[in-house]
Write a protein that binds this ligand. Structure first.
Ligand code: KG4
Ligand code: ZN
Length: 342
C-alpha cells in the first residue's frame, strides 16, 4: 500500500509517498519564501494561487521520482486544517478529485497530528506513549500521546505561539521573513542576559504558555536604546533564551507529571538549535529520551501527512469523506481523535 500525502496549509507545498513496508519512498517540497519575502509575511491569496500552480507538477514529479504511476496508490492523505482556508482548499480539492478518479480513500489529516507523529518516521523513532511539545508558527502545545488519534492536551499558549513570537520579534528587530531562523542566526552573535527579558508563566503550576508579553518587552527594550548591531544581537540572544527557558521548563514538568520518559519535539521552532541543545541536556540528566523529526521534516512537509494517513489507515481510523471537500482552518487537535477525523 502506497499513500500519497499532500500538505498545503500555509506557505509550503509538500508532496510525499509513504509505504508502511518500506518507509518514506519519495518527497518533494516547494517553499514560497521568495514569494512572500517582500511583504514580510504570508499573503494568503498569493499562497493559494501558488499552491494551485505547483501542486499538480509536484505530484507528477514525486511519483516519477519513485517510479510509481497513480493507479498504484492505495490512499491519499491531505492536510484539512488548521491553516489558511484557501490554501487548504487547494490540497483538499486535488486530493479528493484524485482519490475519486482512482477509486481510493481520501483522508483529511490534522496538520499538528502530522507534526507530532513525524519523529516516528526516523529509523530510531519513539514508541507510544510519549509527551509531545508542538512548537509551530500557529501553535504551542504540550500533548500526551498514547496512540494514533489518542491525544490529550496538557497545556498551550494563551496568546501568541512560540513561532509567532519569533516571527514578530524578528520583524521588530528589522530582520527578514521567515523570522524564526533569521533571529536564531542573529542570536548566535549575541549574549543573553545583557538586556534581561521576562520568562512568562515560568513558575506557574499549570502547563500553559504566554509569549505576547515577551514580544512587548522586546519592543520596550528596543525603544529604550538598542542602537547598534551588537545590542540587537544581544537582544535576539536574550529573547531566544527566554523562550527556550520557558519551553524547556514546561516540557520537563509535563514529562515528569505524566510519568513517561520520552519527549517528542515537533513543529518549525523544533528546528532551533539552541532549544534542541538545552532540551537534550535537561532530558539526558534525567535519563529521558528526546526525539525530533529528521531536520528537513521539522517544518511543513508532505511526508508527515502521508505518514499520519498511513498510520490512520493501519489503525482502522479512516473515514469515508464521500467527496466532501471541507477544510477546517481552526481545528483543535483533540477533536481529530480516534474515529472522528472530521
Ligand atoms: O511548523 P511550521 O513550519 O509551520 C507551521 O505549522 O506554523 O513552523 C513555522 C514556524 C515559523 O514561525 C518559523 O519562524 C519557526 O517555525 N522556525 C523557527 C526556526 N525555524 C523555523 N523558529 C526558531 N528557530 C528556528 N531555527
Ligand atoms: Zn506546521
Amino acid at each position: 500500500m502506497i499513500v500519497l500525502g499532500i500538505e498545503s496549509s500555509c506557505d509550503e507545498t509538500g508532496v510525499a509517498l509513504y509505504a508502511p513496508a518500506t518507509g518514506l519512498v519519495a518527497h518533494r517540497l516547494h517553499s514560497q519564501i521568495d514569494l512572500h519575502a517582500e511583504y514580510g509575511g504570508v499573503v494568503p491569496e498569493l499562497a493559494s494561487r501558488d499552491h494551485i500552480r505547483r501542486l499538480p507538477q509536484l505530484i507528477a514529479l514525486t511519483l516519477s521520482d519513485a517510479g510509481i504511476v497513480p493507479r498504484e496508490l492505495g490512499a491519499i492523505g491531505y492536510t484539512a486544517g488548521p491553516g489558511l482556508a484557501g490554501a487548504l482548499l487547494v490540497g483538499a480539492s486535488v486530493a479528493e478529485a484524485m482519490a475519486f478518479a482512482l477509486g481510493i480513500p481520501a483522508l483529511p489529516i490534522h496538520h499538528l497530528e502530522g507534526h507530532l507523529l513525524s519523529p516516528m518516521l526516523a529509523a530510531d523513532g519513539p514508541d507510544f506513549p510519549f509527551v509531545a511539545l508542538l512548537v509551530s508558527g500557529g501553535h504551542t502545545q504540550l500533548m500526551r500521546v498514547d496512540g494514533v488519534g489518542r491525544y490529550q492536551l496538557l497545556g498551550e499558549s494563551v496568546d501568541d505561539a512560540a513561532g509567532e513570537a519569533f516571527d514578530k520579534t524578528a520583524k521588530l528587530l528589522g530582520l527578514g521573513y521567515p523570522g524564526g531562523p533569521e533571529l536564531a542566526r542573529l542570536a548566535e552573535h549575541g549574549t543573553a542576559g545583557r538586556t534581561p527579558l521576562p520568562r512568562p508563566m515560568l513558575r506557574a503550576d499549570h502547563l500553559d504558555f504566554s509569549f505576547s508579553g515577551l514580544k512587548t518587552a522586546v519592543l520596550t527594550a528596543f525603544d529604550n536604546g538598542c542602537r547598534n548591531a551588537d545590542e540587537r544581537a544581544d537582544l535576539a540572544a536574550e529573547f531566544q533564551q527566554a523562550v527556550t527557558d520557558v519551553l524547556v521548563a514546561k516540557s520537563l514538568k509535563a514529562v515528569e507529571q505524566s510519568g513517561l520518559d520520552t519527549l517528542v519535539v515537533a513543529g518549525g521552532v523544533g528546528a532551533n538549535r539552541h532549544l534542541r541543545s538545552e532540551l537534550a541536556q535537561a532530558c539526558a540528566g534525567r535519563g529521558w529520551r528526546v526525539c525530533y523529526p529528521e531536520p528537513e521534516l521539522c517544518t511543513d512537509n508532505g511526508a508527515m501527512i502521508a505518514f499520519a494517513a498511513s498510520l490512520r489507515l493501519q489503525a482502522g481510523l479512516a473515514e469515508s469523506t464521500d467527496l466532501g471537500i471541507t477544510v477546517r482552518p481552526r481545528w483543535p487537535l483533540e477533536q481529530a481523535s480516534a474515529g472522528t477525523v472530521r
